[in-house]
Unconditional design. Structure first.
Length: 231
């Protein structure tokens, strides 16, 4: 395993409870990341903004937390109440749905009235989170927390490549040509990610032993995140 996608979702326990993310409660996120890095596995963390207990400081706090934990790559999302979900039903009943254009239900647009943020604050903070996380000085600072020099170099190369090549990946995704680009991605990961893969056993997975780590493989309703593309 070269990398793992972890749906941290939010750093606020009350948000997790409110949105039925029980699998993330009582998890030691720091230990999850440390364990992944000790096995040579990169972390792609996913975070959602605009949950009911999010205030104006949520963007900077989340970005700083991810950088200080040496998370290699991160995807940020605006909470999206997809039609047919419990979340959409609740927000509609509260009169908080503001946009019925389904093309905007992509985790990049604000389609509802946040509880503690203005819509323009949420959109601006979401965009700023991407800019701040992928600044070169932030990438370099994150790399200094890696356990080995090789992992630090990989951190810079991978996060920097994500930052610089994202427009290309966006075009690939839109053109439905992801499979044709997989060899390029595999070669990049092989160049920097071959740390100890052959010596690991199945029992050395991220979730083995206490404390178990959060994942995003099968989140319960209501879903609040989707496409991992940058804005």
């Amino acid at each position: 395993m070269r990398s793992v996608f972890i749906g941290f979702e939010t750093l606020n326990p009350e948000n997790l409870r409110r949105h039925a993310k029980g699998q993330n409660l009582a998890r030691n996120y720091d230990e999850v990341i440390r364990r992944a890095h000790s096995l040579g596995i990169m972390v792609n963390g996913s975070f959602v903004f605009g949950l009911d207990d999010d205030a104006a400081d949520v963007f900077d706090r989340t970005v700083e937390w991810a950088i200080s934990r040496s998370v290699e790559t991160a995807t940020f999302h605006i909470m999206t109440p997809y039609p047919g979900t419990a979340l959409h039903t609740r927000l509609a009943a509260e009169g908080r749905i503001t946009d019925a254009n389904w093309d905007h239900y992509d985790t990049r647009h604000v389609v509802y009235q946040p509880r503690r943020l203005r819509p323009d604050q949420l959109l601006a903070g979401y965009r700023r989170a991407y800019r701040d996380f992928y600044r070169w000085n932030a990438i370099a600072r994150g790399a200094t927390g890696q356990p080995t020099a090789r992992q630090a170099v990989r951190h810079v190369a991978y996060a920097g490549g994500w930052k610089r090549l994202e427009p290309l990946w966006d075009l690939v995704i839109r053109a439905l040509r992801v499979n044709t680009m997989l060899p390029v991605l595999e070669a990049t990961l092989d160049a920097f990610g071959g740390i100890g893969r052959s010596s690991r056993t199945p029992s050395q997975s991220i979730g083995a032993g206490p404390p178990p780590g959060p994942t995003s493989a099968s989140l319960p309703e209501p879903p609040v995140t989707s496409s991992p593309r940058l804005p």
